[in-house]
Design a protein around this ligand. Structure first.
Ligand code: SF4
Ligand code: SF4
Length: 188
């Protein structure tokens, strides 16, 4: 009896689906917004003055189950500072041929340097084009930010940055200081 009803139940699914409203998406002509927490392209974030949050610790690379992340850290110097504290991510690559969008890397990041955006248009016609480096992962410069390298905001320490107390005002001061240094460098 069960053997006899099986095919009928199967056709029942087909029959009921025939009367449902079709859900056709017209991508790429019409782009449907993603869910707010969609796991799209990664982003390497900056502090309010433009210094980079990544400290090159490689925890994201170790957490990645697909071995999609490659990081090389390096030391900041007084002359060339990319992030507060000792280290920064000198080389940062994500291979989107491997990434499965699981988000474990962003959970592992101790400074919230790494987050994911809603951007999903990452197709390409060659493998190398899908290995994203810092030039495509770093967050764009917002108002009050200066591209690294530059000094930390005057009177602040790395801990101030980690605690989030370096705000727009301190960022503007850092900007002024770096401009003064640039001008001083131009003097004979
Ligand atoms: S989202 Fe998952 S697979 Fe992709 S880089 Fe992060 S940890 Fe690796
Ligand atoms: S993105 Fe975060 S976890 Fe990855 S190297 Fe940079 S600081 Fe470390």
């Amino acid at each position: 009896m069960t053997k006899f009803l099986g095919p009928i139940a199967g056709f029942g699914v087909t029959f009921s689906t025939m009367f449902k409203k079709s859900n056709t998406e017209f991508y790429p002509e019409e782009k449907v917004p993603t869910a707010a927490r969609y796991h799209g392209r990664h982003q390497l974030n900056r502090y309010a003055d433009g210094l980079e949050k990544c400290i090159g610790c490689e925890l994201c690379a170790w957490a990645c189950p697909a071995d999609a992340i490659y990081v090389e850290g390096a030391d900041n110097t007084d002359e060339e500072r990319f992030s507060p504290g000792e280290r920064y991510g000198q080389v940062y690559q994500i291979n989107y041929l491997r990434c499965i969008g699981c988000g474990l890397c962003i959970e592992a990041c101790p400074t919230r340097a790494l987050t994911m955006t809603n951007e999903y248009e990452m197709a390409d016609d060659n493998r190398a084009g899908l290995i994203y480096e810092k030039d495509r992962l770093l967050a764009p410069l917002e108002s009050g930010m200066v591209a690294s390298p530059h000094p930390m905001a005057p009177g602040t320490t790395a801990e101030d940055y980690y605690r989030g107390t370096v705000t727009g005002g301190a960022a503007a001061a850092a900007q002024d200081e770096s401009e003064v240094e640039d001008t001083a460098g131009d003097r004979p």
